[in-house]
Design a protein around this ligand. Structure first.
Ligand SMILES: C[S@@+](CC[C@H](N)C(=O)[O-])C[C@H]1O[C@@H](n2cnc3c(N)ncnc32)[C@H](O)[C@@H]1O
Length: 278
């Protein structure tokens, strides 16, 4: 039987989990805005032979990627859209506040459903960290893809990330990654093989034994790559290209380098980019 770690109190009696900020921990463990911006830049140039300037970040949460975009070039603008006012307010306070006045003027945040917002037509629309998995029916997802198509300029790309592999369908499993002052835990709580409805939680654990349980919970549908590609094509995109992660020849582990691929080897748990091209 597992024993719960013995609680160690900080001097004033407050445990580390109670002092931590879930959005800060999320950014430090989940997001990598510099890599995202470099990837968006690379793929847009591949298809359209010029630098992308306007980013629309759907499901932007704390808008970390919008901020990185504005920092990356003086002529870049970003619009971030999220339904939830809490991460938007956190992003204003902790991310946008770190920008120079000029950079700040080039980032706009909107609280809205990503499917309903007509903003200036973007070069890149990014929907990162599987956010479109919130849409549970074909009609809902198709509606989002049609809206994204309309919200891109004449030349544009929609960048999604997709996860899969049979391990994603296992229930009651945890993946734990260690950071300097906390552990990030990805729990797969539920997978329904009939509907593909799934439930994931993110928890954060601390060296004093305390835990921020269910800091984030996601109720998604686990869409398959072919379903998503077919819906993108039906929405009007001329291509829906998969960028698959390469492997380090020494360790066999993912090397963070994503290249366009038509086929891949079976993999128990994978994450890939999907780039829909207008
Ligand atoms: C998994 S988080 C992703 C945050 C960030 N994009 C990232 O890469 O880490 C999903 C976000 O999508 C937002 N969201 C869910 N449905 C939405 C919708 N229909 N329109 C806009 N935002 C939505 C949630 O409020 C949440 O902040």
């Amino acid at each position: 039987m597992k024993r719960s770690p013995r609680p160690t109190l900080k001097r004033n009696g407050t445990r580390l989990a109670a002092l931590a900020d879930k959005y800060d921990l999320y950014q430090r463990s989940v997001q990598s805005p510099e890599n995202e911006v470099a990837f968006f830049d690379r793929v847009f140039r591949t298809y359209h032979k010029r630098p992308p300037l306007l980013l629309r970040e759907d499901f932007c949460g704390t808008a970390a990627v919008c901020c990185e975009w504005a920092k990356s070039r003086r002529d870049r603008r970003a619009v971030g859209i999220d339904l939830d006012p809490k991460p938007l307010a956190w992003g204003e306070k902790h991310n946008l506040s770190q920008l120079s006045a000029d950079e700040r003027n080039r980032v706009e945040l909107r609280k809205a459903d990503a499917r309903d917002v007509l903003a200036p037509r973007a070069d890149v629309i990014a929907a990162q960290n599987f956010s479109f998995y919130f849409f549970k029916t074909r009609e809902e997802l198709a509606r989002y893809f049609r809206a994204a198509y309309r919200n891109l300029g004449r030349q544009g790309v929609l960048v999604l990330d997709v996860l899969g592999g049979f391990e994603c369908m296992k229930e009651d499993t945890e993946e734990v990654r260690g950071y300097r002052s906390f552990k990030y835990v990805w729990e797969q709580a539920r997978f329904d093989p009939i509907t593909h409805a799934c439930r994931f939680h993110i928890h954060f654990r601390f060296p004093d034994g305390s835990e921020m349980k269910r800091a984030f919970t996601y109720d998604w549908r686990l869409w398959s790559m072919p379903e998503i590609r077919e819906l993108l094509t039906a929405a009007g995109f001329r291509a829906a290209d998969v960028y698959w992660e390469g492997a380090d020849p020494r360790t066999g582990k993912g090397n963070d380098v994503y290249r366009r691929r038509e086929h891949a080897e079976s993999d128990p748990a994978w994450i890939a980019y999907l780039v829909a091209v207008k």
